[in-house]
Design a protein. Structure first.
Length: 98
């Protein structure tokens, strides 16, 4: 196998591996919405703001910049304490003190 054929094979393998890894994540999101501000501290799915890595990193209950996957169309009807609701976009409420 010449050098360019080997390089092409390596690139194709890497691309295929990336698709295989991404497939389950996309499948999990089908029929689901990212709902911000509805998870308890440490129970978010992702996006918990600066200084956090992702899943389980929210530090405040109902943290506005942390999301959890919920069934599509239900986010804004989630009832939270004090009349708050979920949001389809990050919101500036219940953020950790810096």
């Amino acid at each position: 196998m010449n050098k360019s054929a080997l390089t092409a094979a390596v690139i194709a393998s890497a691309f295929t591996a990336a698709l295989v890894v991404a497939a389950p994540a996309n499948a999990a999101k089908k029929g689901m919405d990212k709902c911000y501000g509805v998870s308890l501290a440490g129970q978010n799915d992702c996006a918990a703001g600066p200084g956090t890595s992702c899943e389980g990193t929210s530090t405040v209950d109902y943290q506005g910049n942390a999301w959890t996957l919920v069934p599509a169309g239900t986010c804004e009807s989630v009832d939270l304490p004090d009349g708050r609701t979920g949001s389809l976009e990050a919101i500036d409420r219940d953020l950790p003190q810096t």
